[in-house]
Design a binder for this molecule. Structure first.
Ligand SMILES: Nc1ncnc2c1ncn2[C@@H]1O[C@H](COP(=O)(O)OP(=O)(O)OP(=O)(O)O)[C@@H](O)[C@H]1O
Ligand SMILES: [Mg+2]
Length: 192
């Protein structure tokens, strides 16, 4: 197995989940995230907006807004291979389909946030190993973005059990996450 095979296999397993299972499991995962210390203590949170059977983040985003936390969502700069966090004030009103059809802030809702101001990043991913190593879609967007946050920023990955594998064959540029939350367990504090 190599990275691409792991990626294809994990994507297939995730896409095989029915909408109802995605909803149920996402609900369990979201409840765990909301009760976590990392979430409760974070004032500024960057959250991905789910697409294609990723763990859904709508409830989490709505909870952040209601709790008075500063929420930002990523804008993908494909040419620059960068992610730009943008503060969200209205969910989903501020959003429209952007890169690859993922919801992103509308032009008049662009409010860039300094990566150094973010306490918690809720990251998307395709597959994870138990050590927190992460395999994304292959663009390196999060691997470039995460090192721009401040020391102490927590990287948390909501994921379905079907995305947890023995080995993702991480490379030197792959940034691991600190916490993985699935519908069955929390694998935590994996990186200091
Ligand atoms: N910090 C970095 N600086 C420059 N290039 C990088 C960096 N991180 C990753 N890359 C490059 O980006 C490409 C894709 O990386 P990788 O396969 O790890 O993506 P990924 O982790 O699956 O994607 P993503 O982070 O967008 O979810 C590779 O060619 C990798 O070398
Ligand atoms: Mg990577």
């Amino acid at each position: 197995m190599n990275r691409n095979e792991v990626r294809q296999r994990a994507l297939k397993a995730r896409m095989a989940l029915s909408p109802q299972l995605v909803r149920e499991k996402s609900g369990i995962i979201t409840a765990r995230v909301i009760s976590s210390e990392a979430y409760r203590s974070a004032g500024s949170i960057m959250v991905y907006v789910d697409f294609r059977n990723e763990v859904s983040t709508g409830t989490l985003i709505a909870h952040c807004l209601k709790a008075g936390k500063k929420v930002s969502v990523p804008i993908t700069d494909i040419e620059g291979k960068r992610l730009i966090p943008s503060a969200l004030l209205d969910y989903p009103g501020d959003l429209e389909p952007g890169a690859w059809g993922i919801l992103e802030p509308k032009k008049d809702c662009l409010r860039p946030v300094d990566p150094g101001d973010i306490d918690l990043v809720v990251v998307p991913g395709v597959a994870y190993d138990k050590g927190g190593n992460r395999l994304g879609y292959g663009g390196g967007f999060y691997d470039r973005f995460l090192p721009r946050t401040k020391p102490g920023t927590v990287y948390l990955a909501p994921a379905f059990e079907a995305q947890v594998v023995d080995d993702v064959f991480p490379g030197p540029l792959d940034v691991p996450v600190h916490i993985i939350v699935t519908e069955e367990r929390v694998m935590g504090n994996l990186k200091e």
